[in-house]
Design a binder for this molecule. Structure first.
Ligand code: BGC
Length: 259
């Protein structure tokens, strides 16, 4: 079954049609810069534009839509959105997006979405143990999986470490891009962080995704942690694939409990 996956990132909102049975990413990606400051109407309008584009291209006005959101989403309500406008806090993102698009949109945390894709079809396919998806982009996203099931809304970029809080402001890929840190120096920070979360949560596998994964060969050789590490098979596209998957299988999101 086909679905449209959308990923709201710190710099761009990306959409693509995906085959949720095979994990294939089908059409040409559409990327529109994430609006600033990123109010609810601004973001909803860009989402509607992306959805309109693909529904027209595929001639399918009822293409299901899933969306990865860069913050905590619990039962459709936003719990945090550090890199978007403050008006998102406590907002009903499912209603806002569904009204903008004209059909129900499934919304989940972006790193949770990336992890769903990697578990279903990617670097953690079929992994039964504890898998931690870590996305390195504007922020640090994290998705925890046990026996292939998502434990939603892990926020491991928000940790305090060595006096740095939140640690994403020291280790996210944005920090590498905005500073003059060498790959080695940035990787040393990342190594310390991965080592720490490894000792706190004892995952069997950490999958690294987000924008940084495109440069995996530049920094992975500087990483040395006692946990298996793999780059995301779908790279920075994992989030939109997972969002598309969640659109047709909302039960994967594990978010159906009353809060
Ligand atoms: C947010 C996470 C999100 C990550 C990546 C962080 O700032 O707290 O929820 O997954 O950025 O977008």
């Amino acid at each position: 079954m086909l679905a449209l996956g959308v990923d709201i990132g710190g710099s761009g909102m990306k959409g693509n049609v995906v085959n949720t049975a095979t994990g294939e990413i089908l059409s040409k990606r559409l990327r529109i810069p994430t609006p600033r400051p990123g109010t609810i109407p601004e973001v909803a309008e860009v989402l509607a534009e992306i959805v309109g584009h693909f529904r027209t291209e595929w001639g399918d006005p009822s293409l299901p839509v899933g969306c990865g959101f860069p913050g905590v989403v619990k039962a459709g309500i936003v719990g945090s959105a550090t890199h978007l406008d403050k008006m998102w806090l406590g907002a009903d993102v499912v209603t806002a997006f569904s009204e903008a698009v004209g059909s129900t949109v499934t919304v989940l945390n972006d790193a949770d979405a990336a992890g769903l894709a990697e578990i279903a079809f990617g670097s953690a396919q079929g992994h039964r143990g504890s898998v931690l998806m870590i996305t390195l982009g504007t922020g640090i996203g994290s998705g925890m999986f046990r026996e292939g099931r998502l434990v939603p809304n892990f926020e491991l970029g928000m940790l305090e470490l060595d006096g740095h809080h939140p640690i994403e402001d020291r280790v996210a890929y944005r920090i590498y891009k905005q500073s003059s840190l060498s790959w080695k120096k940035w990787a040393r920070r990342l190594n310390r962080y991965l080592d720490h979360i490894g000792s706190l949560f004892a995952p069997d596998l950490i999958v690294i995704g987000g924008g940084a994964v495109n440069k995996w060969s530049k920094f992975s050789r500087h990483l040395d942690v006692p946990v298996a590490l793999k780059p995301a098979r779908f790279g920075n596209h994992a989030g939109l694939l997972g969002a598309g998957l969640a659109a047709v299988k909302p039960e994967l999101v594990g978010d159906a409990y009353p809060v």
